[in-house]
Design a protein around this ligand. Structure first.
Ligand SMILES: [Zn+2]
Ligand SMILES: [Zn+2]
Length: 338
């Protein structure tokens, strides 16, 4: 089968590799679509070290080719794959934190991923997708699930305001989820006018550039600051900005930032008694919630797919991800059948 992999740090090749074979308890999945994300770019560039050779990719939908031991879901079922493997028996799995499993691995980083025609995965990682989820939406389900997980870490009270900084795919999904949860005052921050337009379409009540953000939050909240602040730009400076623009008693979600060193003032967190959440990956039920939201057309995923490439053009697809005019770049690995 064909797969895109790293043989040598810093370069990606597409070549023939031995066919994926399911172990006991695993199903064989024919991959349909796979999304490319920042983690893939960091692995491809050698910034996240992996054991070589390694097949990239962790955002995927496809069809069951050979079911696992239980026969569920049966052959032909459309599925998405939870890329975070888990053991199911450690203390974290038993505490409903299987996404943090001590033995857990991320497919495409710690094990071979989905930029391949087939992948063998544990049956417990499969989530069936109804027909009402379009192929365009399917490629975004994994990212949506991580946003659903992040938002499950805070409640929404009537009249709450929310700030979303950074409007890539995740930021635009957070805006939609906040709207779905009944938040009316949503301040969305980006320097890019076309992303501001998309954010308005998705439910933002106010859009602002990074330099306008402080005034916009003050005006929209009567000077109180945001009750919920979600940082999606992934820069230390925007995390600092989220802390600053959050109001007293607010929740700050550190969604984009995973690296670097942020300048913060502990007194400010203390004085405002902030709750800081650091969501990582998603739990199985977050995947089911994301699939349901998409199936019921309560979130609009298709406009976020801006680039499509066949598997053989992965190097071009990776290069396209650097283009600021792109949101989600997707690999079409198989045409949809029956
Ligand atoms: Zn990803
Ligand atoms: Zn576990």
């Amino acid at each position: 089968m064909w797969a895109a992999l790293i043989d040598v740090t810093g370069s990606v090749v597409v070549r023939d590799v031995p066919a994926a074979r399911p172990a006991d308890g695993q199903a064989l999945i024919r991959v349909g679509q796979a999304g490319i994300c920042g983690t893939d770019l960091k692995i491809a560039a050698g910034h996240i070290p992996v054991t070589l050779p390694r097949v990239l990719g962790h955002e995927m939908t496809g069809w069951v080719e050979i079911p696992g031991r239980t026969g569920t879901p049966p052959a032909g079922t459309a599925v998405m794959i939870n890329p975070s493997t888990f053991c199911g028996v450690c203390h974290l799995c038993r505490a409903d934190l299987s996404h943090l499993c001590r033995q857990g691995r991320l497919l495409g980083r710690d094990g071979d991923g989905c930029f391949a025609e087939y992948i063998a995965v544990d049956e417990a990682l499969l989530h069936s997708i109804p027909e009402s989820v379009t192929p365009d939406a399917g490629a975004l389900l994994q990212v949506l699930s991580t946003c659903v997980h992040a938002q499950s870490s805070f409640g929404v009270r009537p009249g709450d305001s929310a700030l979303v900084i950074g409007l890539g795919v995740a930021g635009l999904l957070h805006v939609q989820l906040l709207r779905e949860r009944g938040v009316h005052t949503i301040i969305a921050v980006t320097g890019s006018p076309w992303k501001q337009d998309l954010a308005r379409r998705f439910g933002a009540s106010v859009v602002a550039s990074p330099t306008e953000a402080a005034d916009a939050v003050a005006a929209a909240t009567g000077g109180r600051g945001a009750d919920i602040a979600i940082e999606c730009a992934g820069a230390p400076a925007t995390f600092t900005q989220a802390l600053r623009l959050a109001g007293t008693g607010a929740t700050v979600v550190m969604f984009g930032l995973t690296m670097g060193t942020a300048e913060t003032t502990p007194y400010e967190w203390y004085y405002k008694e902030l709750t800081i959440r650091n969501p990582r990956a998603a739990r199985p039920r977050d995947y089911d919630s994301a699939i349901r939201l998409s199936a019921e057309q309560r979130v609009d995923l298709a406009p976020l797919v801006t680039g499509r490439f066949p598997l053989g053009q992965l190097p071009d697809a990776l290069a396209a991800c650097a283009d600021p005019a792109q949101l989600k770049v997707v690999l079409d690995i198989a045409e949809r059948v029956g």
